[in-house]
Design a protein around this ligand. Sequence first.
Ligand code: NAD
Length: 425
Amino acid sequence: MLIETPPTFELASPMYREALIQYDSVAEYVDLDDNIRQRLRHPQRSMVVSFPFRRDDYSEVDTVYGYRVQHLHTMGPTKGGIRYAPDVNIGEVAALAMFMTWKCAIIGLPFGGAKGGVRIDPTTLTRPEKQRVTRRYTSEIIDFIGPHRDIPAPDMGTDAQTMAWIMDTYSQQKGYSVPAVVTGKPPELGGSVARREATGRGVMSLLPAAMAHLGLPLRDTRVVIHGFGNVGRFAAIAGVEMGCRVIAVSDVSGGIHDPAGLDIAKATAWVDEHGTLADYPDADHITNDELFALDCEVLVPAAIQGVLTGTNAPDVKAKVILEGANNPTTSEADAVFKENGIFIVPDVLANAGGVTVSYFEWVQDLQNYFWSENEIVARLREIMGRAFDEVLALSIREGFDMRTAALVKGIRRVGAAKAVRGIYP
Ligand code: NAD
């Protein structure tokens, strides 16, 4: 038995510890070579950069930190989003890179996991400021990324425009256009249609199978969504399209609730105009804590990590939790949900629609041949549906909850690939 190497202090963060707790507890069930089990606890490459950033008014020059972590190079190039947030750190990015490895393996995509971050509050940035931060961060990590090396995508605080600036900066340095260096780009630059909607749509595409498994009807199902950004809003739209009643949504300003079902198109238009749900006129206003405790069948956490905790988990009344956000459930909350018989479709499976359509985008860019929206949506449904069925079958066959089953599936695939590649030199 190998002695476990603790994560180095650079990576020590609540989220990295959480990632290791999950990995260690699941690795127990996977017949992994001990050396491989140990190796997978550590990201392969991590980059920390700092750079100067000048505000528009020339008042000051801040020093900004940026990160990019590549967890695993065994399966192909690495893939994962870039987040802009005031508290992002290397440990959080490393944890998310590890989750990306499992996610890609669960879905069967030819990528290892990566993640990036810039420690800055994106809500304080003007458009030119955000552009400067993005271009400088890209220059700093330029030798670390590439279409056959590591392919970033949007995450919290970044969007299609951010990806366009990364693609342009990378292409300017290379001397020719390299659309496949990032995914989640605008369609004008080789971005895939339906990428923006993909994560939210993918999350909800698993609901019919989850309800059928539990013997519950889909029609009129009450859905509550925490977070009304990219993932939350498209999950809400997809929910309404499939005949569910979306009774509450929330964002950083708080939540809105209508037991008869919200007008999602109206709420979306309100946020587009006013920035947040605050002061939305046609529903009751509730706090985010109250939202978690609402009477409903389905809860979709789609905002940030660590929001379902040992404290609020006992109040959750939903029968199904579809994890749209990455890592929304702490291990304490997970234990409570297990105890209460709540069926969880874990993040590594539920929110994989984004990286799946990103994979489609990358393939299309490399081939310079673009698919129709119908083809993309159909292939997304097929891949997500198959992964869900396989994870559910494994969970029934081997007696695991869905999170453990998903991780077992992903870690087995990675372990097998590592074993046949062997050690260099
Ligand atoms: P986003 O920035 O578009 O939206 C985030 C939403 O969460 C906003 O409505 C914001 O107001 C809200 N929010 C932030 N802090 C909150 C808080 N404390 N309480 C309540 N609401 C809060 O981000 P996104 O792209 O929708 O990502 C959301 C989550 O989904 C993240 O965990 C992200 O890593 C994950 N994810 C995103 C994608 C994708 O394709 N965008 C793919 C996979 C996973």
